[in-house]
Write a protein that binds this ligand. Sequence first.
Ligand code: PLP
Length: 383
Amino acid sequence: MNKSIYLDNAATTLLKKEVFDEMLPFMVDNYANASSNYDVAKLAKKAISKSRQNISSLLNASENEIYFTSGGTESDNWAILSVAESYKEKGNHIITSQIEHHAVLHTLEFLETKGFEVTYLPVNKNGQINIEDLKDAITDKTILITIMTANNEIGSIQPIKEIGAIARKNGILFHTDAVQAFGHIQIDVKKMKIDMLSASGHKFHGPKGIGFLYIKNGVKIKPFMHGGSQEKGFRPGTYNTPGIVGMGKAAELAKADVESYDIEKNRDYFINRIISEIPECTLNGGIKHRLPNNINICIKGVDAEALLVLLNESSVYASAGSACTTGEPNPSHVLTAIGLNPNEAESSLRFTISDLTTIEELDKTVDILKKHVSFFRSKNKQK
Ligand code: PLP
């Protein structure tokens, strides 16, 4: 994507050169099955173990609590379906939020067809749940709370520590979809009392098709698939060594980002320029408790999909809502949940930056945006 301006890092991120360099030997040179017993296979196994170490240290978890999967969707499905299966004797009630990713929402809708009951907690205009609503929703049949760490459309970060404390106090398992948060903000599974956590490699400069599920030791969980003995028999299938090694390297590199909050400065600079230079623009969601890379703006009277076409022609890549809902006829469930009307939701654009995004790119984008927005607005006036 040379010369283009890529501002869709919540959809996916660039695979960093250092990550690729780490993966390459395990594709073309040492392609051994990591479960085999000869020396090169042992090297692959060792590399997998290093990756597990890098990931677990970023979460303050133990290495044996990390289970490699094919990505965020699989991790979410595994966590939710398996808790439902393992704890069905205890109860059939699950609590979530209205703004979860479809990997969670559609899994829960499936469980509803099997007799489970789901409470969908509302969020405020900043995209956060109310802790009192959570406490009120708990019944003696509640077996799981699944609430995302941070939202993929508006970047709102949930009060994870408080949610974890309530779940633990009530003896309820707590799963969090951290696909947008892992590698971007600090997460401590011990302090936050998280029992299960989903993440995905391609959201933090790692490869696609690889992710993991953190499962706290002691949580009774069933395998999602049946097969070989990989991942203690809980997640069978030949190890995706290059993917795992790449994700581990990406986690190691992300540590620096997580510890310094540098991207946030660029985010705020971009938001301020748009809001102050383009009339009738508002930020969707709050600025506090927001992912450092997320900008979601409502540009009054402008059709976001049409604007994206013009931005695309100018080689600026952004999105309206999430990549997984592209083509859906209904306005975003996240934007409507924070109180936007359908027109406002359809006038909203998401820009997601990364540590590789430059101020020059952001300045250029604002200039291009200004030009296209005035074009739309003058066209609207003529109608
Ligand atoms: N959960 C969230 C919050 C996401 O943003 C995504 C992907 O965009 C997923 C889950 C699914 O992850 P994957 O693409 O790795 O299956």
